[in-house]
Structures are given as structure tokens and as C-alpha cells.
Design a binder for this molecule. Structure first.
Ligand code: SAM
Ligand code: MD0
Ligand code: SF4
Length: 356
């Protein structure tokens, strides 16, 4: 197959679907001039569908207990280093209200697979119901794998989004990263949530052994799933975990993945996460085509991040004020709550019409 960068970029700009080989060709690029052309095209596509708007997500890691032992994660069960806490419903609601007042568009309620909630899902439902009632903001849940009937309850309680990242679409690698967890059950949970009308976020990790061709497989799955938000996180080695001595994932791979996802999914939400390296690198992620800033965390309230448990949190760099300068430098602006709601509603209408 004949490959030319300008031909492939032109196809994306015309809204034509890229072939597997073409996506792989983009991911293989290393020269700065070529990467700059890819980033530029990604920005053009973002501008076409989102103008200068950027959406802002809060991250409320309300329980850091987890029964699992993911080899890449600081909060894995057998690590005794991370801070373990479980926030009360009132604390979570009060944090969410502060985030709303600061101008956040969505509350991402995240937990480890904490048996306190997994075995008593009504406790989880209560959190979602209260946060929804009080903030009236869109809600994302990131609780790990849940049973179908729990997903139904959470939808009734007001959850709009389900975030559940496969990290890789290579089963063998998944088995190493998420040892003891069921690959198919993880797929099923998000597919079920999607079928029931939720918006879903799928994601992958770079630097954990995924090959470029496997990123392509992940992108194909994101498409089949009908994901509305798609992400790549750079793996950060964690003290006290089996992958603690591994090398950190490459920032450039994350940036290129962001841009390539923008070319493939021009209309979707793509995060620039503050969790990977705080404020550092935010502008590059936005310039690669991201349009959501995630992992905005209130300082000095004792909330942890995931990939970076404390970095930049208490310094206030992971706040709405902390990110303004970077947003403006990239020629972008924070969207209004109404603009986010409008996007959400039209996406919900669109995905509910897609075949299951
Ligand atoms: N416990 C839930 C789960 O695993 O789905 C939700 C929270 S989990 C901590 C959220 C995501 O953080 C993981 O799916 C993974 O992509 C990311 N993550 C965890 N540890 C990371 C690390 N060391 N580096 C980069 N990303 C990481
Ligand atoms: C983030 N730390 O957005 C969060 C987390 C879970 N839905 C998101 C990985 O970077
Ligand atoms: Fe638990 Fe999630 Fe960390 Fe895995 S990634 S150990 S499920 S918190």
C-alpha cells in the first residue's frame, strides 16, 4: 500500500476513515517536522468540531482501598506505601460542590475496587445519587468492574459516564498487567453500560509492553465500542509495585497517540490528564489535540491522584486557576457548563441511536 503522510492527513481532514496500515504509519513517525504536521492537523480537526472550547473534569478519588493487584498501580492491594482512605458521602458532596463553584464541568467519582463498596453497591449508589442531586452536574463513575444490575442502579442514581480502561487489547499482556482479573468481564461491563445508554470512556497505557500494532487494535475496539471519550495514559513507575523499576512510558508516544486518536475520532473527547505529570506537559497535550483536562483535584483536602499520588496537588497546580495560563497559551478557553451539557446531550442522542 502506498503511504504518504500528506495523503493520510488529507483523508482525515476530508472525514474519511483511515486504514489500519495508515494509522500504523502515523504511529511510526519520529521526525519532528512530521510530528508537527500530525499535531497541526489534529488541532485543525479539534477546532472544526469544538472551536476553542476545553472541558474540565474534577477527579474525586474517594476510596483508595483496592482488592486487586494491578502490576502498574501504586494502589494495588499488596502495596503498603500509598495513603489509604475512604471519604464519607458528606465530604464527597462538599468537595463536589466546591469544584462546581470553581467552574468544573463533570465530577469523576473514582475508587479502587474497594470491597466496602463492591460488596455493598447501595453505598456507591448513595454517593452518586447525593452528588447528582446536590451538584446537578454530569457524573462519571470510575469504580472498576461492576455487575450489570449495579450499573442499572447507578444509571438510575444519575451516572452519565462509565470510565473503564482496558489498558491493552492484547489478552496476554492484560493478564500480566491485571493478573487475576477477567479480560472479558472488563469488556462486558463497559459494553453493557453503553447498551444501557451510558457514555463510556476507554483507554490504554503506553510503556507497559503494548506494541504499535496493539494501539491500532485498541483504537479499533474504541470505535466498535462506540466510546465517547478515549485516552492514552503514560505509565509512571510506582514505588512498592512489581513494575516500580521499569522505565517510564514515553511522553512522545502519549502525544502521538492523542493526535492520532484526534485524527480517527475527530468528534470525541480526548483528555490531557494532569495525573501523569501535573501541569508540566499540559500545553503539549493540548497542542496534540486533546480537548478535556482531567484530574483537577482540590488542594489540601487529602485527595490522592492515581499515577501521581501527590504531585502538584497541594501546590494548587491541579486546580482550575492553576491551568488557565496553559489553556490561554494554546489559544483555547474553558467552556461554559452549558456548552458541556449541550455537547453531552447531543452525544447521548447520537450514541443511543447507534446499533447496540
Ligand atoms: N480502580 C479502577 C480501575 O482500575 O478501573 C479505577 C481507578 S484506576 C486507578 C484508573 C486508571 O489509572 C487505570 O485504569 C490506569 O489506566 C491508570 N493508572 C493506574 N496506575 C497508573 C500508572 N502507574 N501510570 C499511569 N496510569 C495509571
Ligand atoms: C485522570 N486520574 O483523569 C484520573 C483518572 C479515571 N476516570 C481518571 C485516571 O487522569
Ligand atoms: Fe485497583 Fe484500579 Fe489500581 Fe488496579 S488500577 S490496583 S483496580 S485501583
Amino acid at each position: 500500500m502506498y503511504m504518504s503522510l500528506e495523503y493520510i492527513l488529507g483523508k482525515s481532514l476530508e472525514g474519511r476513515e483511515l486504514e489500519e496500515e495508515e494509522v500504523l504509519f502515523l504511529l511510526e513517525q519520529k521526525e519532528k517536522v512530521t510530528l508537527d504536521r500530525i499535531f497541526e492537523t489534529a488541532r485543525k480537526l479539534r477546532e472544526r468540531y469544538f472551536g476553542t472550547k476545553v472541558f474540565l473534569y474534577s477527579f474525586v478519588y474517594f476510596s483508595t482501598y483496592c482488592k486487586n493487584n494491578c502490576s502498574f498501580c501504586y494502589f494495588r492491594n499488596s502495596n503498603d506505601m500509598p495513603p489509604r482512605y475512604r471519604k464519607s458521602v458528606d465530604e464527597i458532596v462538599s468537595t463536589a460542590m466546591k469544584m462546581k463553584a470553581a467552574g468544573i464541568h463533570l465530577i469523576d467519582l473514582t475508587m479502587g475496587e474497594d470491597p466496602y463498596f463492591i460488596d455493598h453497591p447501595e453505598r456507591l449508589t448513595e454517593i452518586v445519587r447525593r452528588v447528582k442531586e446536590e451538584t446537578k452536574l454530569p457524573i462519571m463513575i470510575s469504580p472498576g468492574v461492576l455487575a450489570d444490575e449495579v450499573i442499572d442502579e447507578l444509571i438510575r442514581a444519575g451516572a452519565d459516564w462509565y470510565a473503564l480502561y482496558q489498558e491493552t487489547h492484547n489478552r496476554v499482556l492484560f493478564g500480566k498487567l491485571r493478573a487475576g482479573q477477567d479480560y472479558q468481564a472488563r469488556l462486558h461491563a463497559k459494553e453493557y453500560a453503553k447498551k444501557q445508554g451510558m457514555l463510556v470512556e476507554e483507554g490504554l497505557l503506553t510503556g507497559v509492553g503494548n506494541q504499535l500494532a496493539e494501539y491500532v487494535k485498541s483504537f479499533e475496539y474504541m470505535k466498535r465500542l462506540g466510546a465517547s471519550q478515549v485516552r492514552t495514559m503514560t505509565f509512571i513507575p510506582q514505588k512498592g509495585s512489581p513494575m516500580g523499576e521499569c522505565e517510564q512510558g514515553s511522553f512522545l508516544s502519549e502525544l502521538l497517540n492523542i493526535a492520532v486518536m484526534r485524527l480517527i475520532f475527530p468528534k470525541l473527547l480526548i483528555p490531557a490528564s494532569l495525573d501523569v505529570d501535573g501541569l508540566r506537559g499540559l500545553e503539549e497535550r493540548l497542542n496534540a489535540g486533546a480537548n478535556v483536562i482531567t484530574s483537577i483535584i482540590p488542594p489540601k483536602e487529602g485527595y490522592a491522584g492515581v499515577a501521581n499520588a501527590v504531585y502538584d496537588i497541594d501546590e494548587g497546580h491541579r486546580t482550575i486557576e492553576g491551568i488557565q495560563e496553559s489553556i490561554h497559551k494554546c489559544g483555547l478557553r474553558s467552556a461554559t457548563a452549558e456548552e458541556y451539557e449541550n455537547w453531552l446531550q447531543s452525544r447521548q442522542n447520537e450514541t443511543r441511536r447507534l446499533p447496540a
